[in-house]
Design a protein around this ligand. Structure first.
Ligand SMILES: Nc1ncnc2c1ncn2[C@@H]1O[C@H](COP(=O)(O)OP(=O)(O)OP(=O)(O)O)[C@@H](O)[C@H]1O
Length: 248
């Protein structure tokens, strides 16, 4: 069984080959990390999966269906969501109101009715579950504008979860966070494992090795190797080109 699959994915920017025939199989419930040196093409890969960039060649399938022709919004409705791009955060609205709007945003045409639906019990409970899963229950009634940086990133995650995705794309969710904030996000991601299929791009190797079921190493846009954390650590070429001493 495969949840998300790329087959022969290629992205060129002029003469620059940034995604070089990438074929990936991500299994349902898996947390799959993509690592690689700066400029390896990780973000470009995520942009193609989310629909923000059109591949030059190749296919992307979600649950066996070709989603290559779907827009970002259509992919989101099909359950493939990128954490920070669901919808913008409204600073004057509380954490709960923002999560509620994200729940509604996932439903077609719901925006016209958002005001009365803020009180709808089912919508409210989906939003509250997402807030709890993102570790923000204590901040539910605080205006988003008053959150600390790490909590704001947690709210972005809550908003992604409120849209009830099947598959989450997370591009450096710990970037710019303090050690404590990163630890909180790592704990959160542990709690989300299995409930969601997750593709994680992250530079923090401790986070990657503690969280990932499998890891794909990208180098110059190509897949160098895909394997379990133990296989990655043991792989001579991966150690040589990327992990170096970190593997120890
Ligand atoms: N729109 C674009 N036009 C031209 N070149 C681009 C464009 N987007 C990315 N690139 C180039 O593609 C390469 C891969 O970039 P990308 O951001 O995907 O790498 P990355 O692995 O995510 O890097 P990092 O770890 O630094 O975030 C880089 O050389 C970058 O300069």
């Amino acid at each position: 069984m495969v949840a998300l699959q790329t087959e022969g994915l290629v992205k060129r920017f002029g003469a620059l080959l940034v995604t070089d025939h990438v074929s990936l199989d991500i299994r349902p419930g898996e947390l799959h990390a993509v690592i690689g040196p700066n400029g390896a093409g990780k973000t470009t890969l995520i942009n193609q999966l989310s629909g923000e960039l059109q591949p030059s060649e190749g296919r992307i399938r979600l649950d066996g269906h070709d989603i290559g022709a779907l827009s970002v919004a259509q992919r989101a409705r099909a359950g493939l969501l990128r954490s920070y791009q669901i919808t913008s955060i409204f600073d004057e609205f509380s954490v709960r109101e923002n999560a509620t709007l994200a729940t509604l945003g996932a439903k077609r045409n719901a925006w016209r009715f958002w005001r009365p639906m803020l009180a709808d019990a089912a919508v409210r409970s989906a939003a509250d579950e997402a807030i709890a899963a993102a570790g923000l229950t204590a901040q539910a009634d605080i205006p988003a504008g008053e959150l600390a940086y790490g909590q704001r990133r947690q709210l972005e995650l809550a908003m992604a979860l409120a849209a009830q995705p099947k598959f989450l794309l997370l591009d450096e969710p710990m970037a710019g966070m303090s050690v404590q904030e990163s630890a909180a996000v790592i704990a959160l991601l542990h709690s989300l494992k299995r409930r969601y299929t997750i593709l994680l791009v992250e530079h923090d190797m401790d986070a990657v090795f503690s969280l990932a079921d499998r890891i794909t190493v990208l180098v110059y846009g190509r897949v160098l190797f895909t394997g379990t954390p133990a296989e990655i650590r043991a792989h001579p070429e991966v150690r040589a080109v990327y992990l170096g001493e970190e593997a120890d």
